[in-house]
Design a protein around this ligand. Sequence first.
Ligand SMILES: O=c1ccn([C@H]2C[C@H](O)[C@@H](COP(=O)(O)OP(=O)(O)OP(=O)(O)O)O2)c(=O)[nH]1
Length: 149
Amino acid sequence: MTEIRFVRLAHAQGLPAPRYETEAAAGMDLAAAVPEDEPIMIAPGARALVPTGLLLQFPVGFEAQVRPRSGLAFRHGVTVLNAPGTIDADYRGELKVLLVNLGEEDFLVSRGARIAQLVVAAVARAEVTEADALDPTTRGEGGFGSTGR
Ligand SMILES: O=c1ccn([C@H]2C[C@H](O)[C@@H](COP(=O)(O)OP(=O)(O)OP(=O)(O)O)O2)c(=O)[nH]1
């Protein structure tokens, strides 16, 4: 199994560590590391960068994706603006979650609220080469609903 190491910054002390909630869950919930007395208010249409107080390390060849939680999206219209957020294997900064409120009411992010989930995934890296032409295919330039017409 891939090891994902994390460091908890001072403002995340006391919050639950990222972990899989069920045996085969794909994502680990991320908790908001905002001060108890300073929740973040996200007005309708507004966005906020929410700290998690976590530094992550995982092997090269993997990424971590920050994805929305469906319950928050369904109940409040709150989602991850840049979903899936990409956490690079060489990033050593704090993991942050960019939330947007697409709902019609203010949304309050309290300390410890589970705001998003983290999915670790293998990534392929490609060697990029420039060419004069590409190999022909049956599809050719067809796209955007071209099949079945
Ligand atoms: O939701 C996110 C997305 C990114 N990051 C961190 C980890 C990632 O490795 C780094 C850079 O992200 P990205 O490549 O998406 O940002 P960019 O806008 O292209 O900035 P940069 O020039 O720093 O790559 O920011 C987060 O903490 N949360």
